[in-house]
Design a binder for this molecule. Structure first.
Ligand SMILES: [Zn+2]
Length: 96
């Protein structure tokens, strides 16, 4: 989970521009986690649901743990898209 190709199959750009490039994805993952937490807390507030702190902790941490592999991959994708742009090449038409 979270493995990536070495190079883009369409344009050949490397997906590992430097060692440790994807450490920055930790910041994205942190932001996604905060967004997830805030979304649930705001939803509970809007829906006027009364739950204890323990129920909130369990109700947030279990779904988050289940989503961790997807969020790990998503954070790497978001991080890579900050720095890598799609370059259309002649080979781009071969992919379809
Ligand atoms: Zn490409």
């Amino acid at each position: 989970m979270g493995d990536i190709y070495d190079k883009c199959p369409a344009c050949g750009e490397t997906y590992n521009p430097e060692p440790g490039f994807y450490f920055g994805a930790l910041y994205v993952s942190y932001a996604l986690g905060c967004a997830f937490l805030i979304t649930i807390l705001v939803a509970l507030k809007i829906l006027d649901v009364e739950v204890s702190l323990l129920q909130k902790c369990i109700g947030i941490s279990i779904p988050w743990l289940l989503l961790t592999p997807k969020m790990h991959a998503l954070s790497k994708i978001i991080w890579a898209n900050f720095f890598m742009k799609y370059k259309k090449t002649d080979r781009s038409n071969d992919i379809k």
